[in-house]
Ligand binder design. Structure first.
Ligand SMILES: Cc1ncc(COP(=O)(O)O)c(C=O)c1O
Length: 424
């Protein structure tokens, strides 16, 4: 049933309960192959997972360096849990921010090269609180007009945050600096440019050098989400901006502790003043129980591992480069770079689902990403590499992707296919 039919039936008084309406919406999604559902999974180690009794090589995880299972990370989480209990019991401002949180925040700030950092329960909330803090510049008494200018393909958390701020927002086409420059020219507001270091659904990077040049000509505040760059790029894994030697040009850097760091949580890294702003204006920080001390301790331990075991990220990047080269040579098109996110745009939902099912048949778990996460017609396979995958496993992935034969008009990999801006 389509939306119009749902409206018609509810208008006639049928099924006015929320469940009745939502069930119709779900049917509608199911009919177009977009229904999402959970199935319980059992990770077996860093790179293998069991779902519904079947074992797969896991190419669907953001645990890029296998740190979620690292003995030092686990030991740090266990020690903090024994000392502080599991839940932190209160929001950060009400006693939930222990000395373990403070110390981990200092470790993260040192690692990122910023004056300070604030920890939040998730990366999603970190983006939300960062934007809320920036929005306070316009909201609070004596503030100035603020305008957010966001790359079209930024993560849903950033879109939700900016939209939720209620402040003016402009979108520039993915990595299109000329368009961004034109937008910046027409402004008398404080402009905040929002982008990612490694785009989550495409695995490509922005032209950071170009952005920094533009920033010198037309000043703006740069908010960079380093969810997928952290741990993989830069000195001691400090991120893509560090790798490019441009960390100083980033005003606010958001790190998720949930991906290469192998844990859970998020951190906002910036000046001492900005972090003070987060604690006062970041509602996603203020009104939420702080992350468990165990997660803070685990993140600090993971950063130590990044420093002590650079071979993990070196291995990952060599593997990512080789895999991309082999797939590209076989005619599979994908955005350039060496990130561990391999994005193969296929087209329709049905074809992406069929491709993911074929890979599952070969014992490989690869996500099929569909609308509303990405724009209609750009459904894709998203395979994530981990430093702990064996060569043989990666070769199986390459061979299985190469073996996916077009049915109908399926195209392999159109780089930079569009994220669906209306739904993130
Ligand atoms: C680019 C980006 N930013 C933020 C997040 C949110 O991070 P978390 O999963 O830690 O809430 C994600 C996670 O999916 C992401 O891919």
């Amino acid at each position: 049933m389509n939306r119009a039919a749902v409206k018609a039936s509810t208008a006639q008084g049928e099924g006015r309960t929320a469940d009745a309406i939502i069930s119709l919406l779900l049917e509608e999604r199911d009919a177009v192959g977009r229904l999402r559902s959970l199935s319980s999974s059992q990770p077996l180690d860093a790179t293998h997972i069991e779902i519904d009794g079947r074992r797969y090589v896991n190419f669907s995880s953001n645990n890029y360096l296998g740190l979620s299972r690292h003995p030092r990370v686990i030991a740090a989480a266990e020690a903090a849990t024994r000392q502080f209990g599991f839940g932190s019991g209160a929001a950060g401002l009400l006693g939930g921010y222990t000395r373990v949180h403070e110390s981990a925040a200092r470790t993260i700030a040192r690692w990122k090269g910023t004056e300070d950092a604030v920890l939040l329960p998730s990366g999603y909330q970190a983006n939300l609180a960062a934007v809320q803090t920036l929005a306070a510049m316009a909201r609070e008494k004596g503030g100035r007009p603020v305008r957010f200018i966001v790359d079209k393909l930024v993560h849903a958390s950033l879109l939700d945050a900016v939209r939720g701020s209620g402040l003016p927002m402009r979108v520039f086409p993915h990595n299109h600096l000329a368009k961004l420059s034109r937008l910046l020219r027409k402004s008398d507001a404080m402009d905040v440019v929002v982008t990612e270091s490694i785009f989550s659904m495409d695995g490509d990077a922005p032209d950071l050098a170009g952005l920094v040049k533009l920033k010198a000509r037309r000043p703006f505040t740069l908010l960079l989400d380093e969810a997928h760059g952290s741990g993989v790029y830069g000195e001691n894994g400090a991120g893509y901006a560090s790798e490019m030697g441009m960390a100083d040009a980033v005003d606010v850097s958001v790190v998720t502790l949930s991906k290469a760091l192998g844990g859970v949580g998020g951190a906002i890294c910036g000046s001492r003043v900005f972090c003070g702003g987060v604690v006062n204006y970041g509602r996603a920080f203020i009104y939420s129980t702080s992350l468990p001390a165990a997660a803070a301790a685990a993140a600090a331990a993971a950063i130590d591992v990044l420093r002590d075991e650079p071979e993990r990220r070196n291995r990952l990047r060599v593997m990512a480069k080789k895999t991309r080269a082999e797939l590209t040579a076989a005619g599979v098109r994908m955005p350039a770079g060496d990130s561990p996110i391999l994005c193969c745009v296929i087209g329709s939902e049905a074809e992406a689902l069929a491709a993911a099912a074929a890979l599952r048949g070969a014992g490989l778990l690869v996500a099929a990403v569909r609308p509303p996460t990405v724009a209609p017609g750009s459904s894709r396979l998203r395979a994530c590499l981990c430093s702990e995958h064996t060569q043989e496993e990666v070769q199986r992935l390459i061979d299985a992707i190469k073996a996916i034969r077009p049915t109908g008009r399926r195209r392999h990999l159109v780089g930079h296919a569009q994220r669906n801006p209306s739904s993130g």
